[in-house]
Design a protein around this ligand. Structure first.
Ligand code: GLA
Length: 394
């Protein structure tokens, strides 16, 4: 009797095991037959508490993960991307963005590590511009000029956050209402930035804004990349491509001269891949003014909408970053102001040129430059700008 019971028990166990193998393989078949299987979400997003700002506002951290293994952390303070892993040619994922471990450090001092930038990415000369005969005065936080939205730009405010998902993506939607005259800018600006992680190791960033008064707007993202994943290394060996025939040259205070000059036969020619370090120290007035590359390029094919605008490749790891955008300009900044004082996430300090930024945007100082495409936003219009960062390895 006991023996019979045992046999029945063993038999049922076997059947369950067989049945579940059968189910699994059916499921697999299902997924293969209908890859758009509605029940499977391969990209996830989760939230945890991150900290309290000095003025006691709660800051959360969102973690997006895809099926391949990419992980991106974003905090609601400044919409800052605090970490972002990308694969090397052996499929090893490593954090490849500069940043800090704590909110305290971000609040204390940061050169815009990973942050959203607004209302105006880059400089506005003397912090002044006029709209319909009214002059507006902004903070001057970069020598005589206004930089990256002012003293308390979008990089230093706490954004509202919500999550959305599709079958193959996860998004973090950040919104912020910048009040009329905040940092000196006119109009209540309703701002929305959507970060979407896909299963193709791509982060899409969509910037949107509307206003109730004529204003100017130029939003961007200020992530510093170091594709080695080793923050003690410089980025001088990274090969960069920028699909631009022209540059926006600047004066001694990094305000555009108004001209757009050919890159041909200059250190600013990145139409073919070239290392950042190759010509960064050559004698050139523009490089001297920027203390290296800290310039906006006039991107080609401006009427094509989202297209490949720039790439970065690091040959030891094989990591490659491709930047797609519908913007007309891109600022390459090579971490020239990093000076070994700020603590890095790996126990050391961020030394000179250990990160580079590729900030898609309209040209600097457009509100004061008649010949530059406009950055004015009117009530009833919608500002929309799209950029995506796609990683691969070779
Ligand atoms: C931008 C500017 C640089 C510098 C960095 C942050 O890229 O163009 O001049 O301010 O931000 O240090």
């Amino acid at each position: 009797m006991n023996r019979l019971k045992k046999n029945i028990y063993a038999f049922s166990l076997m059947s369950i095991a067989l049945l579940s193998v059968q189910c699994k393989s059916d499921k697999k078949k299902d997924m293969e037959v209908t890859p758009q299987n509605k029940t499977v979400n391969m990209v996830t997003i989760s939230k945890e508490a991150y900290g309290l700002t000095l003025d006691s506002i709660v800051v959360d951290k969102y973690l997006m993960k895809n099926e391949k293994g990419m992980e991106i952390s974003v905090i609601t303070y400044g919409g800052i991307i605090t970490s972002w892993t990308a694969p090397d040619r052996n499929n090893n994922y490593k954090d490849i963005v500069l940043g800090y471990d704590t909110l305290e450090q971000y609040e204390k001092e940061t050169p815009y590590f990973g942050a959203l930038i607004g209302r105006y990415g880059n400089r506005i000369a003397k912090g002044k511009f006029s709209l319909d005969g009214t002059e507006y005065t902004l903070e001057t936080n970069d020598g005589p000029n206004h930089l990256h939205g002012g003293v308390k730009g979008f990089d230093k405010v706490v954004w509202n956050a919500s999550e959305t998902k599709t079958d193959t993506t996860a998004s973090l939607v950040l919104t912020y209402l910048s009040k009329d005259m905040e940092e000196g800018y006119p109009g209540n600006l309703e701002t929305k930035v959507t970060y979407t992680l896909t299963n193709d190791n791509e982060l899409q960033v969509v910037y949107e804004a509307t206003t109730d008064k004529k204003t100017v707007v130029n939003l961007t993202q200020h992530t510093y990349f170091n594709l080695t994943g080793d923050f003690s290394k410089t980025i001088l060996d990274h090969e960069i491509t920028i699909n631009a025939d022209k540059l926006v040259p600047v004066d001694a205070t990094l305000i555009p001269t108004g001209a757009l000059t050919d890159v041909v036969n200059t250190p600013f020619d990145f139409r073919e891949a070239k290392t950042i370090g190759k010509e960064i120290n050559t004698k050139n007035e523009q490089l001297e003014r920027g203390l290296g590359y800290d310039h906006c390029w006039v991107l080609n094919n401006q009427n094509e909408g989202v297209r490949l605008v720039s790439s970065a490749y690091e040959k030891e790891s094989g990591r490659q970053l491709d930047v797609y955008s519908d913007e007309i300009g891109i600022q390459l900044y090579t971490g020239n102001f990093l000076d070994g004082t700020l603590p890095n996430k790996q126990g050391g300090k961020y030394a000179h040129r250990t990160g580079f930024c590729l900030e898609t945007q309209h040209y600097p100082d457009s509100p004061n430059q008649e010949n530059f495409p406009t950055t004015v936003l009117n009530p009833g219009e919608k500002y929309i700008s799209k950029t995506s960062f796609k990683f691969s390895a070779k």
